[in-house]
Design a protein around this ligand. Sequence first.
Ligand SMILES: Cc1cc2nc3c(=O)[nH]c(=O)nc-3n(C[C@H](O)[C@H](O)[C@H](O)COP(=O)(O)O)c2cc1C
Length: 197
Amino acid sequence: MTKSNNRESQYPIEPIFLDRWSPRAFTGEVIPESDLLGILDAAHWAPSSANQQPWRFIYTLNGADDWDVFVSLLVESNQEWAKHASALIFVVSKDFSGDFSEGRKSYTHSFDAGAAWAYLALQAKLSGFYAHGMGGIKHGEIRETFSIPEGYRVEAGIAVGRLADKSVLSERNQEREFPSQRKQLDEVAFNGKFIAG
Ligand SMILES: Cc1cc2nc3c(=O)[nH]c(=O)nc-3n(C[C@H](O)[C@H](O)[C@H](O)COP(=O)(O)O)c2cc1C
């Protein structure tokens, strides 16, 4: 087993998988675009079905003119803390291959985009940042704001920032500012069978 970050795996694994977590307390510092691009570069090395690379990242940096617009596209409960991130990203996936008119739908676009998100989160941690995924985003407004056409799915938002003391958070968020645990491995990994639940 491996122990790190108040977490313990059942088998020996690389500590980075335990050290990555999703804090909400961010410093709000302005970062160079190259810092974020390094993280996105890692993300786009994720594997994907037929190497279609269906992920797309729409991003801005804290301090940019459109920062408030990006913040407004999060649900209120996420706005409260994510506005202090250093970068905000919306992940979009392309759900067809070739020309949209050909109608060849991709079965795995969301799965592939999820792999890219995981790479992003790990590289963020390795680069001295934390990445926090957000399902709580205004999907329709994001589609409208960025003129995202049919054939693309708005998947999730991501806040990237440097860790601050949890005292910057509301009382409710302070209470949940800790690395979470996981189910036992045998609740999710089955040898030769499937167990629902
Ligand atoms: C796709 C996705 C959507 C999430 N949505 C939200 C969200 O809207 N707001 C939030 O505060 N946390 C959100 N989270 C964070 C999860 O709650 C968190 O990843 C999970 O509890 C595991 O904790 P850990 O990332 O610290 O290991 C989201 C995470 C993912 C991957």
